[in-house]
Design a protein around this ligand. Structure first.
Ligand SMILES: Nc1ncnc2c1ncn2[C@@H]1O[C@H](COP(=O)(O)OP(=O)(O)OP(=O)(O)O)[C@@H](O)[C@H]1O
Ligand SMILES: [Mg+2]
Length: 367
């Protein structure tokens, strides 16, 4: 087992700087997920950890060793990729054992370790089959077994589930979570699927253009996004954003635009009258019985029926907003709808910097 420390890691390809200055401490046994949009540098960081990419400058430690100049095989890591090509002519048993045979591990030990990993992953019935005789999910489990059998200090996963269909992805996600509970191997897992990140991570590292935008538990990232970027990236359906200006009315802090005037608890936010802000509200934090606070009103122009819930689209001025309501309480298309923001659930961001204006000591009410 091992911790991973990234100190001032920089990566350039010629004149292109992909990662400017990356600092992170992955604790022993921790499951850290790198999350972010396509091209933000997730795979590049992971590949530098694995030793498949040179580190331009900075220091990378795995366990108590600086590994910058170590070969991948000397780093104590095992990696599972999106394209987990198994050897098609070999049986599953031989695919799993291949890495150990190359390391000249004794056959007796290979047999024992194969038995152990195949039992953990439920692969015993398939050992004598060829890869084409397995489903996608089973093949993916073989790829994980092949990595696990090396008993690494660190697991590195790069979008291991993205080739699977949605249902299988959910099943495999659960298996990976169970596996981690059992083995507790330090893990770095790359994905752009926020559901995978939310369900698997001890901590999420949310990246944007090679930089860390926020590090935190899934709950911290969801409830206290540090920026509009994070708030918009996490949460499905996505957070609503409304441009507005801060005003003070008889000592009461409000955010105002042509269509709305919402009173806010001024002690929760670092704002000044006149400040241009973006009000952020999750669709699940809009409630239909708008009797107390001035409501967000508009005409419902589309309903998406989800079974248990329905997503209501409505327009307030120029803003197109979404609210998630219980399906049995959904309005009709064309109906006038009134929504209030659940108390304590509003987010405010600075329009220019995108930074959250929530005061440090405040926390947004749990969804
Ligand atoms: N060999 C290379 N030469 C030049 N630029 C590269 C090279 N490899 C990657 N890049 C650039 O580095 C940036 C980060 O790429 P990376 O593969 O790490 O992104 P990612 O976050 O894993 O994205 P995705 O979610 O699409 O896999 C991208 O802008 C990419 O174009
Ligand atoms: Mg990638």
């Amino acid at each position: 087992m091992a911790e991973i420390i990234c100190r001032n890691i920089r990566k350039t390809y010629g004149a292109i700087e992909v990662v400017p200055d990356f600092n992170l401490h992955v604790r022993d046994h921790e499951f850290v997920v790198f999350l972010g949009p396509s091209g933000c540098g997730k795979s590049t960081m992971l590949r530098m950890m694995a030793g498949l990419e040179n580190i331009t400058s900075g220091e990378l430690m795995i366990g108590d060793k600086v590994v910058n100049d170590l070969e991948p095989r000397d780093r104590g890591i095992a990696m599972v990729f999106q394209n987990y090509a198994l050897y098609p002519h070999m049986t599953i048993r031989d695919n799993i054992a291949f890495g150990l045979r190359r390391l000249k591990v004794s056959e007796a030990e290979i047999t024992a370790r194969t038995a152990e990993v195949t039992s953990v992953l439920g692969l015993e019935p398939y050992l004598d089959r060829k890869p084409t005789e397995l489903s996608g999910g089973q093949q993916q489990r073989v790829a994980i077994a092949r990595a696990m059998i090396k008993t690494p200090d660190v697991f590195l996963f790069d979008e291991p589930l993205s080739n699977l269909d949605a249902k299988l992805r959910a099943t495999m996600r659960e298996e990976i979570a169970r596996l981690h509970k059992k083995l507790k191997t330090t893990t770095v897992y790359v994905t752009h699927d926020q559901m995978e990140a939310m369900t698997l991570a001890d901590r999420i590292v949310l990246m944007k253009a090679g930089r860390i935008e926020q590090i935190g538990s899934p709950e911290e990232i969801y409830e206290r996004p540090v920026s509009r970027f994070v708030a918009g990236f996490i949460g499905t359906p996505a957070m609503n954003f409304i441009d507005a200006t801060v005003m003070s009315e008889h000592g009461q802090c409000c955010v105002v635009n042509n269509e709305i005037m919402l009173a806010l608890d001024g002690t929760s936010f670092n704002v000044e009258p006149g400040q241009q802000v973006v009000l952020g509200v999750r669709p699940s934090d809009l409630v239909q019985d708008a009797t107390v606070t001035p409501p967000l009103s508009g005409q419902c122009d589309l309903i998406e029926y989800h079974g248990d819930h329905a997503l209501v689209s409505f327009k307030v001025g120029t803003s197109s907003l979404h609210a998630l309501v219980a399906a049995r309480k959904r309005p009709f298309e064309g109906e006038q709808v009134n929504f209030a923001i659940r108390e304590g659930a509003a987010h405010l961001f600075d329009q220019k910097t995108g930074k959250s204006l929530l005061r440090e000591s405040q926390s947004v009410a749990a969804a």
